[in-house]
Structure formats: C-alpha cells, structure tokens
Design a protein. Structure first.
Length: 464
C-alpha cells in the first residue's frame, strides 16, 4: 500500500534570488484537466497567495530576498533524548523532549538558520530564514519526511511560509541507524522542480499554529543549538516582535492579552497552539516559565479561564494583533473582520472551541477523553475531513486514511497530513494552468541566482 501522507510544518529560511531558468520535462500524465486546475488555483489566489511556490517566492522577494537552497547535510540534527541520554530510531511517545504536536517522535530531523541575502548576494541583516526537515520515517527504506521554510524580517515582521509534503524521497535519504535526513531540495533555479517540492499555504492559515510569532518553539525544537554555542538555531522572539504574513492579509492574527498578567512578560501567547500542546502532554507546571516551571499558577489559570469561557470572565482581557510594517500593536474588538475558527474560545488548530465542546457533550463524551484517544472533531472539522478524503486521488491512500480514522479518530497529525495532501494536489494541478499561461523563463530582474549561505555561525546571523 502506498502511503503518501504529507506532514506540514513551516519554518523560516534565508533570502536568495527568486528567478532562474525554467526547465521543462515534467510528467503531466497524472494531473487533472486544466479547467479543474484553474478552478482550484483561483481559490488559492483568493486567499492572497499565487498558484505556485515559485510565484510565491517572487512575490516575497522584495521583503525577504529569496528562499535558501536547502542542503540537509549542512543542517543541525535535532537531538532526541530518552532518560537523559541521546537516542535514535523510532521513539514514539517515550521521549524526554517531545514536540507536543501529536506526532510520534523519530530521530533524524534537522534544522538550519540561514542569513538573508538579495539575489546578487548582498546580506540582508534584518532577514532570517529557517529550514526544517522533519523525519517521520519508520526505516531507511521508506522515507516519510517533509521540509519546510519560513522567512522573517525582524524590523517589519514580514513572514513567508513554504511547505513540502511527505513525498520528498526523490531528494532525501536517511543515514543508517540514526535516520538522519540528508539531501538537497530543489531550488528556484528550477521552477518546476521547486514547485514539485514546495507549495504555498493557500487557504489554510499557518497562524492557526504559528500564532504568537512565526516560530513554534518547544523542547524538541529548542534542543538544536548553533554549533559551539548555547543559542538555539530557531530565533527566540519577544512580546514586541512584529509579525504579519505576506499573502495572509486576511488571516486571523489575534492573540489574547491580559493586563498585568506575567504570562505575557516575555512573549505573546497563542492559545490555539497551547490547546494543541495541552492535548499532547504539555503542562505549565513542567515547562513554563522555563526557569521557574509552575510558578505562575494564578496567572496561567486566569489565561485559561479567559480563553475557554470568553474574555468577559477576566478583567483586563483584550484581543490584540501584533505590530507590523512599522505600526504598533493594536487592540481589536468584535468587529474584527478576519475571525477564524481556531480563535474561538477554547478552540485549537483542529477547530472547535465552544462548538466542539457542544459536539462532545451531544455525543456523551468529554473533550479531554476524546482528545486522549485522538478523535472527536466537531461538525466543521468532520466536514473538512470528508472533503479532504474526497480529494485524494489514490484509492489505496484514501482507504488507509479511512481505516485509520475509523479506528483511532482524527488526530492533529492526520488532519495536517490530509490538508497538506490536498494542497499538494492543488499545486500540482496548478502547474498545467501555469504552463498554459507560459512560465517565465527569464533570469530574475535582480540578477543571477546565488545559493544562500547557511548561518550556523552566530556572529553572522544572530537574532536580535
């Protein structure tokens, strides 16, 4: 059986040139007619994103330069630990530093920070990119992995998300024993291959998970350090970091804020992300704040109460959107035009909130109990799952998903994979529409392409 599920996770990468010479030769035998492609790419464009990753790279280039050429062999392997000792292989849930994303832990994932650069190689000191290779492979023989990039401008807050699928086997291999990912991903000098490897966010809001700032950090991600230092590869941002998504102008950028609540002293708090962590074993008593875990019990409880029952329950609660494009953070009210399901009280990336709670109550089940089993989506999430399953072309893959869901319910990982696969199909179909309009085969107006240099030296690419 051919399992082709995609795992989505975006991170940030560094600026390189977006143009190059396009090469032909892509096999169109497995893509739908252009009329279907046009319909779906129109939906993507309505969300603010172009049809393909290559077009998106050109769109973000003025702010962020270009995505890096990702060489997994040059990245830092993210270490996993069991009982305090470095461990390799399939660890599942028995891991000291889990991701809290509902995924079984497997060694071999990599992460890399890249410095921002223009097309002609000029450094962009305010731009940082991070590329992330997530390994989920049960063995060397069956590569199930994904590679993502996030680009970020520290002064303006401009952010770009590039995502791949689990179908990276043409470019990725795994080391014997450790399962460490290696390989070089397609770059923008070959637009068609770049579009095969990466897709745009499309209609799915990355900020449903990446709420407080572009980078999700946890015990797993933070275990990777820049060689020779104690600095994490992924930049740690503070509560005043600007943030907006290029192409995601209609995304829900709100996070809750409570005046004089110590939970907000160092960073914003994205409660949709927190709910996902809570469902997968995270507790504030063990992890927050980092140097005095569990010491902010009253503030934490006030935050949970405001989130799950509504902001009127706690004094001083308000919705805010981050500073961006040189403007200060601002408070927004009920008339905010971009409200999304994941910011409904008690909601999460899986959808829900109050509606989810009502659905659990109606089914005679508790949200906590169902979450522990990995199931229990609300009606909206169930409808989304049904729609995503219908989009799967391969009947074996569809049957595998249906069998898993019937037995185990819908976990965060399963829903992520379904969404990613749907996006990947849309992007592949969009290639026909793109070709029918003519791919730009000219070099970039910015000049010839140069590979972006990685930034494992903190002196070259230190976060501010």
């Amino acid at each position: 059986m051919n399992h082709r599920a995609h795992t989505i996770l975006a991170l940030v990468a560094c600026s390189v040139t977006v143009s190059a010479l396009a090469r032909g030769g892509d096999d169109e035998a497995d893509v739908k007619p252009a009329v279907d492609a046009a319909r779906r790419t129109d939906a993507t464009r309505m969300a603010g994103f172009p049809a393909t990753a290559y077009e998106y790279a050109r769109m973000v280039e003025p702010e962020l330069g270009v995505p890096p050429r990702v060489d997994l062999g040059e990245a830092v392997e993210i270490p996993l630990f069991r009982d305090g000792k470095r461990a390799h292989g399939v660890l599942g849930k028995s891991c000291d530093n889990p991701s809290f994303l509902g995924k079984g832990m497997v060694s071999g994932s990599t992460i890399q920070r890249h410095e921002g650069r223009t097309a002609d190689g000029t450094p962009l000191p305010d731009v940082v990119w991070v590329s992330f290779g997530r390994n989920s492979s049960p063995s060397r023989e069956r590569v199930v992995a994904s590679v993502q990039m996030i680009g970020y401008h520290r002064e303006t807050g401009a952010t770009a998300f590039f995502e791949s699928s689990d179908r990276v086997a043409p470019w990725v291999t795994l080391d014997e024993g450790t399962l460490r990912m290696r390989g070089v991903l397609p770059w923008i000098d070959d637009p068609e291959q770049f579009n095969r490897a990466f897709v745009t966010p499309g209609a799915v809001q990355c900020v449903g998970c990446h709420q407080s700032d572009p980078f999700i950090t946890n015990a797993f991600i933070n275990a990777a350090k820049i060689p020779g230092t104690k600095e994490t590869v992924v930049p740690i941002l503070d509560e005043n970091a600007p943030y907006y998504v290029l192409g995601g102008e209609t995304w829900d950028m709100r996070t809750l804020h409570i005046e004089d609540n110590a939970c907000f002293d160092c960073h914003r708090v994205g409660m949709s992300t927190v709910e996902m962590f809570l469902q997968n074993g995270w507790t504030h008593e063990k992890y927050m704040p980092p140097h005095r875990p569990g010491s902010l019990g009253e503030d934490w409880q006030a935050l949970l109460t405001a989130w799950r029952t509504g902001q009127d329950a706690i004094e001083g609660v308000r919705w805010t959107v981050p500073p961006a494009k040189g403007e200060d953070a601002r408070v927004v009210g009920d008339d905010y035009p971009h409200k999304a399901y994941f910011n409904e009280p008690g909601g999460s990336f899986l959808g829900g909130g109050r509606k989810m709670a009502e659905a659990f109550a109606k089914n005679g089940d508790s949200q906590e109990g169902s979450a522990a089993k990995g199931g229990g989506p609300n009606a909206a999430a169930a409808a989304e799952v049904e729609r995503l399953l219908d989009q799967l072309e391969d009947p074996d893959v569809r049957a595998a998903f249906e069998g898993w869901i019937e037995k185990n319910g819908v976990s965060a990982e399963v829903l992520q994979k379904l969404r990613s696969m749907a996006r990947r199909e849309e992007a592949r179909e969009g290639l026909i529409s793109t070709r029918s309009q003519g791919v730009d085969r000219r070099p970039s107006l910015l000049g010839s392409s140069r590979p972006v240099r990685s930034c494992q030296s903190p002196a070259r690419c230190r976060s501010k």
